[in-house]
Ligand binder design. Structure first.
Ligand SMILES: Nc1nc2c(c(=O)[nH]1)N[C@H]1C(S)=C(S)[C@@H](COP(=O)(O)O)O[C@H]1N2
Ligand SMILES: [Mo]
Length: 539
């Protein structure tokens, strides 16, 4: 092993250790505050909040549900680079570098407090982490370790900082064997202590998760008094490659801004209903919510960010309480019956806001405060313990997960989260169809080939699906039985495939008589239009 180490390298190691200590201490402290107050979470969340719709759309398209992981890794890499730079700086400007670490902490603290639902306490993890990190950097690059050039022996007091040192001699300076050993001992001690603090923090954070998981596991959902019933015969076509009529929970798409999935237990959950036109404000516990009549309905949920042919749409059986009933209990009247509020803001535990038209929620459709998904309590990813599901509205204007508050207001007065970011305030689902099989670029043999997929027009219903090959005529596909107007509908068309390269295209017509347009429109601001097509080769 080398007997000497250049100070710049030692400084960089000290910088990285300072960053590691900061994050580890913050992790530990966040166990007493809340997970969202962890610096990487807070900064990541703030980045998400400030990302323009187009960039978010791009991120979802390229990274899918891994977009948040990519973001967090990006933040860590950036932090690592800064840490190396600050550490190298510390070998010469020790105090300024330590102050820079404090500055980072202050930045993290301000960001954490400024997040939706942010409170003063959210500053504490970042600040304590930064103090610990700054101390580590200051000590590791201190005179005891002979980092400051021009001093003669260990333990000697530092007279002044090393600013007088010329850059060339500083770069050339290396640590002696004794200095190196001292640094290695100090660095190893810091690394071990920080790892311990970080692991303890993770354990403590995990205890909260375990409590929520136990709460979910212990939850026995009462049987709905109005069950969804069996899927009608013929509603599910047995065609390989066609997505199942009911999406299993583990395959259900997930779209949200939460860097850590909120894990609250049902026992401490509360729902508050208040606002404009509310004559009887409500505050319900989970048990009180379950005292209302429970119904079960199959409803297809679609994300506004779903591109033509995309897979951000899924169908599940939801168990829940009618939202309209809760609103009526609170004295809410829809605008058509003289109510003053035309918008309902649903707020989640982590501060998300989604705005839905009150008129739509109370027009008789099965708008639900859902507690169950496909026969089990809501999975954490999908909003445990309570979320909204509204047939016919895109998720971003209706399907609030981890719901905790319903506030009545008007569209004039309040813009919900996505609306502030360029999306439309109103988000009725656009009629769409998708080819599931054959897949794009499939290689097929000539002869009969089933072309099959799904079409959806929630709360309107699908009337007709047509397929065409290349620029040929539109041929009607065979529709599966309808499982209610709120559920997507499967279809199949038997194609007598001929050799060559062919484009298959689909279009649906809904029960209002509207046929899908060929005009391609991007997902921003209110959902994509255009027709899905796949190119296949037949030999
Ligand atoms: N709390 C919260 N609820 C949310 C969101 C969110 O970011 N946070 N995203 C919405 C969007 S855009 C969609 S499409 C649906 C997706 O629900 P899923 O993840 O269960 O499929 O949740 C909605 N509810
Ligand atoms: Mo969405």
């Amino acid at each position: 092993m080398r007997e000497v180490l250049p100070t710049a390298a030692v400084g960089s190691v000290a910088g990285l250790l300072a960053a590691f200590t900061s994050l580890a201490v913050a992790e530990l402290v966040a166990a007493w505050v809340r997970e969202e107050a962890r610096p990487v979470n807070a900064v990541g969340g703030a980045v998400i909040d400030r990302t323009p719709a187009a960039v978010k759309d791009w991120a979802i398209e390229n990274f899918g549900t891994n977009d948040k992981l990519v973001l967090q890794l990006g933040i860590l890499v950036l932090l690592g680079l800064f840490a190396v730079a600050v550490g190298a700086l510390a070998t010469r400007f020790r105090r300024s570098a330590s102050l820079a670490v404090l500055g980072f902490g202050l930045f993290g603290a301000v960001v954490a407090v400024g997040r939706p639902e942010g409170a003063g306490a959210d500053a504490v993890p970042s600040l304590t982490g930064a103090v610990a990190g700054a101390a580590v950097l200051y000590v590791l690059t201190g005179p005891g370790l002979r980092m400051v050039p021009g001093r003669s022996g260990p333990g000697e007091r530092e007279g002044h900082d090393g600013r007088a040192e010329r850059p060339d001699t500083a770069a050339a300076r290396t640590l002696s064997g004794l200095e190196r050993r001292r640094f290695v001992v100090a660095a190893t001690t810091v690394a071990a202590a920080s790892a311990g603090a970080g692991l303890l923090g993770q354990r403590l954070n995990a205890t909260g998760h375990a409590r929520a998981a136990a709460s979910r596991a212990a939850l026995g959902l009462p049987a709905p008094s109005s069950p969804a019933g069996a899927v009608p015969a013929g509603a599910e076509l047995a065609i390989p490659g066609l997505e199942p009529l009911i999406t299993p929970n583990r395959d259900f798409y997930r779209i949200d801004t939460a860097l850590t999935v909120p894990r609250i237990d049902a026992e401490s959950w509360r729902l508050r209903v208040h606002g404009l036109g509310v004559t009887r404000p409500l505050e319900l516990s989970f048990g009180q919510l379950l005292d209302r009549e429970l119904i079960e309905r199959r409803i297809t949920l679609t994300c506004v960010s779903n591109p033509v042919g995309g897979r951000y749409t899924g169908n599940a059986g939801w168990i829940g309480v009618r939202l309209a009933g809760i609103l009526e209990e609170a004295g809410v009247r829809p605008p058509s019956r003289g109510g003053p509020a035309d918008q309902l803001i649903a707020r989640s535990v982590e501060g998300m806001t989604l705005g839905s038209p009150v008129e739509t929620l109370m027009d008789g459709r099965d708008a639900l405060l859902a507690v169950g998904m496909n026969g089990e309590p809501l999975p954490f990813d999908h909003g445990f313990p309570v979320r909204m599901v509204v047939p016919g509205l895109y998720g971003y204007v209706s399907a609030c997960k981890w719901l905790t508050e319903l506030e009545l207001t008007t569209f004039d007065r309040y813009d919900a989260y996505w609306v502030e970011r360029g999306w439309s305030a109103r988000g009725p689902v656009k009629t769409q169809s998708r080819i599931d099989t054959p897949r794009g670029l499939a290689e097929l043999s000539a002869g009969p080939v089933p072309v099959a997929g799904v079409a959806w027009a929630q709360h309107t219903g699908i009337d007709r699906v047509e397929v065409r090959v290349d620029d040929g005529p539109w041929s009607p596909a065979e529709l599966a039985e309808e499982d209610g107007v709120d559920v997507w509908r499967q279809w199949v068309w038997m194609w007598d495939a001929t050799p060559g390269r062919h484009t298959l295209q689909v279009r649906a017509t809904d029960r209002s008589g509207e046929t899908q347009t060929a005009d391609r429109v991007d997902v921003v601001p209110d959902g994509a239009t255009g027709r899905h097509s796949v190119v296949v080769t037949v030999s």
